[in-house]
Design a protein around this ligand. Structure first.
Ligand SMILES: Cc1cc2nc3c(=O)[nH]c(=O)nc-3n(C[C@H](O)[C@H](O)[C@H](O)COP(=O)(O)OP(=O)(O)OC[C@H]3O[C@@H](n4cnc5c(N)ncnc54)[C@H](O)[C@@H]3O)c2cc1C
Length: 489
């Protein structure tokens, strides 16, 4: 990677950005806060539009919730690993295509399991007995019908309720959907996977808004060589300061001043705030003056869930040659899901992915205990399983740099919170997955909000310098016909 990445210790230069001899340089400048997909993509776009950019990242690595680890000798993703929407409409498709990064498609469009279809899998009960495929398919159809019925419930009710509450109303109305024995456990497994998609439990997910996100066509493809090359490509040549945790953002009529934990300050015309929703919720960054009430309310009301990965590396493959393995149980909390990386990437690796309360509980364990917990789930399916030789455990919920895995619609809260989180406040622009009304909780969602923030920010700073060039939008997009912004006073 050729980006000019500087760690704290290497930094000897003046502690101001865009300042020469105490005077602001007559050159547009922007500070980008956060080096995940949104921050890196926004910085790239602004840099390419000839704006001076510095990117401040709290960790000693780039990528944020894209975290490809190479310690096994091959890439494995502890954060995002799927491209949701393998199609040319996906804003990341041109870049991934140009880099020649291979994808392994795990599902086509409209699967009840989102990122998998029911083609290559094996579900087991707690006694290690495989669930017949016909039963899994049959229960999948019932689950789809139940979800359709929840839509009717939604239309009847004026107030919002949780998905779980809606399910119980459906069961009261249609007792034939109440399944018994093994079929009930398989239904719980479907619910568990749905909860995994939202990184939240069904008693916290909004019935009104749960299907408001847009799914791009083309199904879901695993990034076989990991997601990090995309970040590194976007970061090439940028001024990036790792180990720079922002603690204060002051906005004035003529610029922004950003303070880092060690007291260092940076000054520029504007800033793009691309830190996770969890970090904003924790108020570990002080805004001066404080953010408007509507923005603070959006931060407080939008849900942020947890999904984690426990990655088990084995000496050799002893499990069936299917895309995923699962354990069904009485409750969705007790169900398990393992992604088989051997099928997709050829490595003897299984990825256990707990979500919601289960993920939260597992985060209380040590790495060793968490890996052992995952292995014990596997032993239920395959009693002769040999122990892993290496493991990796993510902690997205308690990591101070993320404080959650991704956003979701909480019960009783409107879907327009994502848009409110995105709307700029003076010369502060917001980007990141939680600011994407269309594609929340995704890498391409984070990327597309970065493009919006960068363009809004570019217009704003160039306006100040009288250098508005309407024919050079960021990232070489075609000049669009943009409607006039008219408000009624
Ligand atoms: C386990 C898991 C699996 C996922 N799977 C998928 C998937 O398969 N496909 C998909 O599309 N999406 C997936 N996602 C979601 C996806 O990873 C995120 O939506 C996306 O990466 C978010 O990008 P971002 O730039 O908004 O935030 P982040 O990537 O979190 O970037 C924010 C950055 O801000 C930094 N930061 C925090 N605080 C400060 C501070 N005070 N000062 C400076 N910097 C700070 C952080 O260190 C971080 O680098 C997954 C997420 C998780 C956790």
């Amino acid at each position: 990677m050729e980006s000019r990445v500087k760690s704290n210790s290497q930094l000897r230069r003046a502690d101001c950005f865009g300042k020469v001899d105490g005077q602001l340089q007559r050159s547009p400048s922007v500070i980008v806060i956060g080096g995940g997909m949104a921050g890196v993509a926004a910085a790239r776009a602004l840099h390419d539009a000839s704006i001076q950019v510095v990117l401040l990242e709290s960790r000693e690595r780039l990528g944020g919730r894209i975290h490809t680890d190479y310690s096994f000798g091959f890439p494995v993703d502890l954060g995002a690993s799927w491209l949701h929407g393998v199609c040319k409409e996906n804003p990341l498709a041109p870049l991934i295509g140009r880099l020649g990064l291979p994808l392994y498609r795990t599902s086509e469009d409209n699967s009840v399991l989102y990122d998998h279809d029911l083609e290559s899998y094996a579900l087991f009960d707690m006694d290690g007995i495989q669930v017949p495929q016909e039963l899994v398919k049959k229960v999948g159809k019932v689950f789809e019908m139940i979800l359709e019925e929840t839509d009717k419930v939604r239309q009847e009710l004026s107030e919002d309720i949780s998905i779980l509450r809606a399910l119980s109303i459906v069961f009261e109305r249609k007792p034939e959907f109440r399944l018994e024995g093994l079929a009930h456990k398989v239904l719980q497994w479907y619910l568990c996977r749905m909860e995994g998609w939202f990184a939240a439990d069904s008693d916290t997910i909004s019935l009104k808004c749960w299907d408001q996100e847009e799914l791009l066509p083309g199904g879901h493809g695993l990034m076989v060589r990991g997601y990090l090359p995309v970040i590194h490509t976007l970061a090439k040549g940028l001024d990036i300061r790792l180990g720079h945790r922002v603690s204060k953002i002051e906005r004035r009529y003529n610029g922004v001043k950003v303070t880092v934990e060690n007291g260092e300050t940076f000054i520029a015309d504007a800033a793009v705030v691309a830190v996770p929703l969890g970090v904003l919720k924790a108020k570990s960054i002080k805004f001066e003056p404080k953010l408007p009430d509507w923005k603070e309310a959006a931060i407080a009301d939008l849900g942020v869930g947890i999904e984690n990965k426990i990655i088990l590396h084995f000496e050799n493959v002893f499990w069936p040659n299917v895309e995923f393995l699962g354990v069904v149980a009485e409750t969705s909390y007790g169900c398990s899901y393992f992604l088989n990386l051997h099928k997709a990437a050829g490595h003897p690796v299984l990825v256990y992915m707990p979500a919601g309360r289960l993920a939260k509980d597992i985060e209380k364990m040590s790495d060793e205990a968490a890996a052992n917990f995952a292995f014990m789930q596997l032993k239920k399916i395959l009693p002769d399983a040999s122990s892993p030789i290496q493991y990796l455990v993510s902690r997205w919920g308690t990591d101070v740099n993320s404080l959650g895995s991704y956003s979701y619609d909480a019960v009783g809260k409107p879907h327009d919170l994502y848009e409110r989180l995105r709307v700029p406040v003076d010369n502060l622009f917001f980007a990141g997955e939680a600011t994407s009304a269309l594609y929340p909780g995704s890498v391409h969602g984070a990327f597309s909000t970065a493009m919006m923030a960068a363009e809004d920010c570019r217009m704003r700073v160039l306006e100040r310098y009288g250098e508005l060039d309407l024919f050079q939008p960021v990232m070489g997009e075609e000049a669009l016909s943009i409607p006039l912004l008219i408000s009624r006073l």
